[in-house]
Design a protein around this ligand. Structure first.
Ligand SMILES: [Mg+2]
Length: 203
């Protein structure tokens, strides 16, 4: 459960994007299919991926930097095309806009760790008029070992030169919780934040 004391001594609050700040309107199944077909054509092996990260990990394992960029381009274009149909998660946006109402330390920074491309993150935050609230963004292209691997949180930790226990991560999936566990960072589900904001607004 999130409470005021959960934020004590936290210097950086990290948010996931999709399902946490907004809900993207992306047909992930179709995107996975497109990537899978491209992979099969290029590397001459049929391959069904469990996840887009799984697919990219295969490309990374081929050490094919050019093709990895092509995959990022395809994902970016596919994610961004429906960005006007994003659904904002009002409680998250309220929290981000008015974080000083919630016992957050003055000077605490907000960051993003998302599996979505940087452009998707930036355009989504812009649309909700909260891009300026964020100090640092780690997107799909910025890591090579994706959630639930801890790499993204470690990049953020090193960027600020802080300790794991000075960070907090909020996401919507089990893999977000695992990412936090793997990085030694306190992690909460979006439902906890929504409840915290609702309780705050009641009082
Ligand atoms: Mg998410």
């Amino acid at each position: 459960m999130l409470k005021k004391s959960s934020f004590k001594d936290k210097k950086v609050l990290v948010f996931d994007l999709d399902g946490t700040i907004v809900k993207l309107n992306v047909n992930w199944k179709e995107l996975k299919q497109i990537l899978s077909e491209r992979y099969s054509n290029i590397y001459n092996t049929s391959c069904q991926f469990n996840s887009i990260s799984g697919c990219l990990s295969y490309v990374v394992s081929k050490d094919d930097k050019k093709e990895l960029e092509n995959f990022f381009d395809i994902i970016r274009e596919f994610e961004v095309k429906n960005i006007d149909n994003n659904t904002p998660i009002e409680e998250s946006i309220y929290f981000i806009k008015y974080k000083n109402e919630f016992g957050i330390d003055d000077g605490a920074k907000l960051a993003i760790l998302s599996l979505n491309t940087r452009k998707t993150v930036i355009e989504s935050l812009k649309k909700e008029k909260i891009l300026d609230k964020f100090d640092f963004i780690v997107g799909r292209e910025d890591v090579r070992r994706w959630k639930p691997e801890p790499e993204g949180l470690v990049i953020i930790k090193n960027h600020y030169g802080i300790k794991s226990d000075e960070m907090l991560y909020i996401g919507d999936m089990r893999k977000d919780m695992l990412t936090g566990d793997n990085a030694g960072v306190d992690t909460y589900l979006i439902d906890d934040l929504i409840q915290y904001v609702k309780d705050h607004k009641k009082n």
